[in-house]
Write a protein that binds this ligand. Structure first.
Ligand code: CDP
Length: 571
């Protein structure tokens, strides 16, 4: 098989790669191009394949898979495969025990993980509450939030992989006595800035919310009831803060534990920073995402449909690739290595879903959109499960297999990551999210910014006869959306949906549709308009819980003063 796949990288993608991913020498000079980068990754991952006879063939297959932008692994694999660090996973959870040595061991492990580009999640629920007695000193404990601040400060000092700042997730159970302080800890936007926070919500709490009753607070150090709170009051406060600045999120901890295939090893207490991986202590996951925009075929009439055959092969190859990553991975502390080899967890996901829907002429916020999500994800699930079962037949199941479910090579297979950077490299829409805007700005030579629309939108508008020179500026004035612009026919207004055109319940239903076929979790933002109310936030929470989602994050437009992506000016 010849290796000359044409690598079609956008200008933006090349900039990202040059800045963060290409290997550099000690002087910081780039020493790699995109072909060499994909070869480096493919060779490193194929070289650990258990059957030596397959290695050369797989190296070529993996190379073509990535160079064609059909699939990309998560950032740490791109940066570190075949290089000295060798740490390939994006997602980690570390335990925080209720003692100084345990806490500071974890601070150290966190620093080492951040250096390699991984993100870390923690449950602070085992820490005794603020004011509880510390036996050795007779003093008072400073409580979970104070230790989050310690990790936050240490994170500030370390840049991930020398390029990006570390990301953390802090989680506290809703029945921890310090829960109110935790819920408010990010209301001051200068505090714990390197953390996302989520409240671990129990079924008991949700029942109390629905029945408007009180629920008990439990001291983790002695298991005693330390008081009670009105569930509605706490629920309102979470929703209020999320409405005001996007945090905290919710983590449905009992839903997550009902899907635990290794209950004798651990119960889940935390997730990674973006919430798509619920992990046990010292557990990690390496991710990879299939670019759905590259899984379309066009017939002679110019109509697009899903290329199911190609998708089947991509899922098969991606599972093989990610399973090899488990063996190629190098961890900074031995506990991580042991647990990762125990579960062999991988996280195969997607990107470009919103683009795929546009080509198929299906609105994101429609029953047909949900059906397409289910068709694609159930197909991916079926092929991924089959591939992992086949690998188990030849190489054995994951060592922590407890006989729950079918015998597989990997404890978990599927997820949907945000794909924040890799979707930029692939030049497609991120994860399962809708496009944020159908218009961007291009920097031109003289420093001016010219608006330009999504290529496929321009193509359709010209073909269907509704293009005009002023259309881009009309879209800019319309917050990056074409909905409501009279010259755009209604059908296309629906097809070219943006995040803010889509009402919150549709966002939640889409998350729920994907979650049905995913053993890990889904990273998704429930975007809301500026006018959304606290009650709207609460309705989304209830819907997400009832649909079996493992968590939910809402974001009301404009609620954070330092909002990174402004409507119509995304890049
Ligand atoms: O696109 P990329 O592979 O860079 O990452 P992503 O899909 O946006 O994020 C996947 C996971 O990587 C997140 O859930 C975090 O666990 C981790 N991450 C991180 O540690 N630091 C970041 N700045 C971004 C992501």
């Amino acid at each position: 098989m010849s290796g000359n796949v044409e690598i079609m990288l956008s200008e933006n993608a090349l900039k990202v790669l040059e800045k963060r991913y290409f290997a550099k020498d000690e002087m910081g000079v780039v020493r790699e191009n995109s072909e060499e980068m994909f070869r480096r990754i493919a060779n490193a991952i194929a070289s650990v394949n258990p059957q030596p006879s397959e290695r050369e063939f797989l190296a070529e297959e993996y190379y073509r898979f990535m160079a064609g932008l059909d699939f990309l692994p998560n950032s740490p694999t791109i940066m570190n495969a075949g290089r000295p660090l060798g740490q390939l996973s994006a997602c980690f959870v570390l335990p925080i025990g209720d003692s100084m040595p345990e806490i500071f061991d974890t601070v150290k492990a966190t620093a080492l993980i951040h250096q390699t580009g991984g993100g870390t999640g923690f449950s602070f629920s085992r820490l005794r509450p603020k004011g509880a007695v510390v036996r050795s000193t007779g003093g008072q404990a400073s409580g979970p939030v104070s230790f989050m601040k310690v990790i936050n400060a240490s994170t500030d000092a370390i840049k991930q992989g020398g390029t990006r700042r570390g990301a953390n997730m802090g989680i506290l159970r809703v029945d921890h006595p310090d829960i109110l302080e935790f819920i408010d800890c990010k209301m001051d936007l200068t505090q714990v800035t390197n953390f996302n926070i989520s409240v671990a919500i129990t079924d008991v709490f949700m029942k109390a919310v629905k029945e408007n009753t009180d629920y008990d607070l439990i001291s983790p150090n002695n298991g005693e009831v330390a008081g009670s709170l009105s569930a509605r009051m706490v629920f309102d406060r979470i929703a209020h803060n999320a409405w005001a600045n996007g945090e905290p999120g919710l983590f449905f901890i009992d839903t997550a534990n009902r899907a635990n295939p290794t209950p004798s090893k651990w119960t889940y207490e935390a997730t990674n920073p973006c919430g798509e991986q619920v992990l046990g202590p010292y557990e990690s996951c390496n991710l990879g995402s299939i670019n759905l925009e590259k899984h379309l075929v066009r017939n002679t009439k110019g109509q697009y449909s899903v290329d199911w055959e190609k998708l089947t092969h991509s899922v098969y190859l991606a599972v093989r690739f990610l399973d090899n990553v488990v063996d190629a991975n190098r961890f900074p502390i031995p506990e991580l290595e042991e647990v990762n080899k125990g579960t062999r967890r991988i996280g195969l996901g997607i990107m470009g879903f919103a683009r795929l829907l546009m080509y198929l002429e299906i609105p994101y916020d429609s029953e047909e959109g949900l059906e397409m999500a289910e068709s694609i994800m159930s197909h991916i699930q079926e092929v991924a499960e089959r591939t992992s079962q086949e690998l188990a037949a030849t190489q054995g199941p994951f060592p922590y297999f407890e006989g729950i479910g079918t015998k597989k090579r990997n404890s978990h297979l599927l997820t949907i990551a945000p794909t924040g950077t890799i979707s930029m490299i692939a030049d497609t829409s991120s994860g399962c999210e809708p496009e944020f805007s159908i218009i961007w700005y291009k920097n031109v030579m003289d420093g001016t910014h010219l608006p330009y629309t999504l290529d496929y939108f321009t193509e359709v508008a010209q073909r269907e006869g509704f293009w005009s020179e002023e259309l881009p500026s009309l879209i800019v004035k319309n917050h990056g959306s074409c909905r409501g612009i009279p010259q755009v026919p209604e059908k296309w207004q629906m097809v070219f949906a943006t995040a803010h055109d889509i009402s919150a319940p549709w966002h939640v239903r889409m998350q729920g549709a994907f979650q049905k076929y995913i053993d890990a979790a889904v990273s998704k933002t429930i975007n809301m308009s500026q006018e959304a109310t606290i009650e709207d936030v609460e309705k989304s929470y209830l819907l997400a819980y009832d649909l079996g989602c493992k968590g939910i994050t809402v974001y009301r437009d404009g609620s954070r003063s330092n909002q990174v992506l402004n409507l119509g000016t995304g890049s």
